[in-house]
Design a protein around this ligand. Structure first.
Ligand code: CA
Length: 338
C-alpha cells in the first residue's frame, strides 16, 4: 500500500477562523527546476459553527464557468456572513487550466479518472490523493463544477448519482433544487469509478456536480447559473443567511437510463449534429450525420437516437473518432426505476 502522506503542502490552516487565501504547493520536478512547485489557488472561509462545503472548479482545464464563478466567490465571500467553513478551489488542476485542456499536460491524465489517487503516483494522481485524503475528510457537502469542455455541449444542469440511502437521496435532490439549474440529472455515467464524485460518495459526503456548457467557450447562462447556484446552496445549508430572493429558479429532475441513452459515433468522420442541447428528441430520429468528406463518393451515415427524451449533451468537436459520444438523452426522473 502506498504511503498515505501527501507531498502537497498547504500554506493555510484549515481550522483557523476568518478568511485565508493562498496556495497549495505541489512538487513538480522538471528539467529546468528540480525543486519546482505548482501553486494551486485555495480560499478557506471559516466562522462560527456549521457544515463544511467544498467548491471545486477546473478539475478539467477546459471548463470555464466554474472557475469564473468560484474565483468571484473566493474574492467576495464575507467571513462574517458564514456559519461553518467554505473551501473554494477554483482551479484545482491548474496545469490543465493554464493549458486549456481536459487532460493535464504534466502526465497526460484526466484527473477525474485518477481518484482516489496516489501520493507517489503521477502529478494528477498526487492531486487526486490530496483531495481524497486531506480535503474530503473535512467536508460535509461537495459541489464540483464542470462543463462538457471541448468534448461536448451540455444544457446547464446539476447532476448526481443514485444514492442508496433514501434520506441521502432526498437531501441531494433538495440540494440540487437549491442550486437552481434548470435541470438536475440523476445518472450512472459511463466510467465513474475513478471520479471525484465516487471518492466523495465513498466517504458518505453529499455530492453535487454540474454541467454548465462546453464546446470550448464560456456559456453565458452557465456562468450566471453557477454564480447564483453557489450562493443559493450555501444559504440552503444554513452556511450563509437568507436565500437570495432575487430569483426563484425551478429545477426539473431528470435521469439518464441505460446505455441506449448515449449515442456513439460508429466511425471517424465529420459529425453534423441535428439538435441543440435542451431540445426534445425522438427514438429513430437522426442525432446527426457522419460525413466522409475525404471520400468523394461515400454517402453520409445517419446516427440515430435510440430513446425519446431531451438532449442533455451533444457532440462538441466537428471531427469525431469512432466511439466518441455524440449525444446523451435524458428523461424525467422517476424514483420507481431506481
Ligand atoms: Ca467535465
Amino acid at each position: 500500500m502506498a504511503d498515505a502522506t501527501s507531498r502537497i503542502a498547504a500554506e493555510i490552516n484549515f481550522d483557523r477562523q476568518g478568511r485565508q487565501s493562498g496556495y497549495l504547493r505541489a512538487p513538480l520536478s522538471r528539467n529546468t527546476s528540480g525543486w519546482g512547485i505548482v501553486e494551486i489557488p485555495i480560499v478557506v472561509v471559516k466562522n462560527g459553527s456549521g457544515p463544511t462545503i467544498l467548491f471545486t472548479g477546473g478539475i478539467h482545464g477546459d471548463e470555464y464557468e466554474g472557475p469564473i464563478a468560484l474565483s468571484e466567490l473566493a474574492r467576495t465571500l464575507d467571513p462574517d456572513k458564514v456559519q461553518g467553513r467554505v473551501i473554494i478551489m477554483p482551479a484545482v488542476n491548474i496545469p490543465a487550466v493554464l493549458n486549456d485542456t481536459r487532460l493535464s499536460p504534466v502526465d497526460n491524465r484526466d484527473m477525474n479518472r485518477c481518484f482516489p489517487g496516489n501520493p507517489k503516483g503521477t502529478f494528477s494522481e498526487m492531486l487526486a490523493h490530496y483531495l481524497d485524503a486531506v480535503i474530503l475528510p473535512m467536508v460535509d457537502v461537495s459541489v464540483d463544477l464542470h462543463t462538457a469542455g471541448h468534448s461536448g455541449d451540455s444544457i446547464p444542469s446539476t447532476n448526481m448519482h443514485h444514492v442508496a440511502d433514501p434520506a441521502g437521496m432526498a437531501r441531494t435532490l433538495a440540494a440540487a433544487e437549491a442550486f437552481g439549474a434548470p435541470y438536475n440529472v440523476v445518472f450512472g455515467g459511463v466510467d465513474e469509478g475513478a471520479t471525484l464524485t465516487s471518492s466523495v460518495e465513498r466517504r458518505g459526503i453529499l455530492s453535487l456536480g454540474t454541467e454548465l456548457g462546453g464546446w470550448g467557450r464560456v456559456n453565458i447562462e452557465g456562468v450566471r447559473i453557477a454564480r447564483r447556484g453557489v450562493r443559493r446552496i450555501m444559504a440552503h445549508l444554513g452556511i450563509t443567511g437568507d436565500m437570495p430572493s432575487d430569483s426563484d429558479p425551478k429545477t426539473r429532475h431528470m435521469q439518464v437510463g441505460d446505455r441506449a441513452h448515449y449515442a456513439f459515433s460508429p466511425y471517424a468522420g465529420t459529425f453534423e449534429p441535428c439538435n441543440l442541447v435542451g431540445q426534445t428528441v425522438r427514438a429513430g430520429d437522426p442525432a446527426g450525420f457522419l460525413h466522409f468528406v475525404e471520400d468523394v463518393d461515400r454517402d453520409p451515415i445517419e446516427v440515430t437516437y435510440k430513446r425519446d427524451g431531451i438532449l442533455w449533451m451533444s457532440a462538441g468537436p466537428g471531427r469525431v473518432a469512432r466511439g466518441d459520444t455524440v449525444a446523451v438523452v435524458m428523461n424525467d426522473y422517476s424514483a420507481k426505476e431506481e
